[in-house]
Design a protein around this ligand. Structure first.
Ligand SMILES: *Cc1c(COP(=O)(O)O)cnc(C)c1O
Length: 228
């Protein structure tokens, strides 16, 4: 009998795409509306390259420094790739982030809105952004409160930032669906088209509830070597 060949990240990518298509179908949504972001934080260039060769184009990183050390070379070699910032951003790194990333998912406070607006103007580069909402009102988590969202959204739009939609990371270890539903309701209320929600453990639920960008790391690359 032949030994089973170990599962590769390209196999896992195919499996995730199949599950995305099934969830979209169940939700009666066009599959093209749902974008997979491969979360490559902590992964090496050698881990990432096979996924690009397997056809994946959108990648997510949570730290500017780490992204800056890995992605300029990868982007040069693979001109179609798009890089998304999904982690907290310090205002003093706004300009570097605007230069490096194609979308920013973690805009969560006025000082950052101001810094990003200025950076986009200085660099002449409009990077679509998501407002991150602290959807479970957790003390330790990034994101603006539901109550502060209308003012922050208006400030971002006034600063010339293209706001694509809303993003959330729901509380761990509880059912995510009510939090996804609340984010979808908030985005509809504000007429925002995009929803960044859903990770390895709950992306199908997120798709059912309207996600247009899901952010998947572990299910694609395997367990991360260290806590981040
Ligand atoms: C790490 C990370 C993810 C991916 O999480 P997995 O559970 O590994 O899929 C998604 N979104 C954000 C903001 C992250 O930091």
């Amino acid at each position: 009998m032949q030994e089973a060949t170990p599962e590769t990240s390209a196999d896992r990518l195919t499996a995730i795409r199949t599950r995305m298509d099934a969830a979209a179908k169940l939700a009666r949504r066009p599959g093209e509306d749902i974008h997979l972001i491969a979360v490559s934080k902590t992964r090496s260039v050698e881990d990432i390259a096979p996924i690009i060769l397997a056809g994946q184009r959108l990648f997510g990183e949570n730290r500017v420094q780490e992204a800056a050390s890995k992605w300029p070379a990868l982007k040069e070699r693979h001109p179609g790739v798009e890089l998304h910032l999904i982690g907290q951003l310090q205002s003093n790194k706004a300009e570097e982030a605007v230069a490096l990333f194609d979308m920013i998912h973690s805009v969560d406070r006025l000082s950052l809105v101001t810094a990003l607006g200025k950076a986009m103007q200085r660099l002449g580069r409009a990077v679509p952004c998501f407002i991150q909402v602290n959807i479970g009102a957790e003390a330790q988590k990034g994101g603006c409160s539901v109550m502060d969202l209308p003012d922050l959204l208006k400030a971002a739009q006034d600063a010339g930032i293209p706001v694509a939609g809303l993003m959330c990371i729901p509380p761990a270890d509880v059912e995510a669906a009510p939090f996804f539903a609340l984010l979808a309701e908030l985005s509809a209320r504000h007429g925002l088209p995009q929803l960044s929600m859903g990770m390895s453990d709950d992306f199908e639920t997120a798709i059912m509830l309207g996600a247009t960008y899901i952010r998947v790391g572990t299910a694609l690359f395997g367990e991360r070597p260290r806590i981040v």
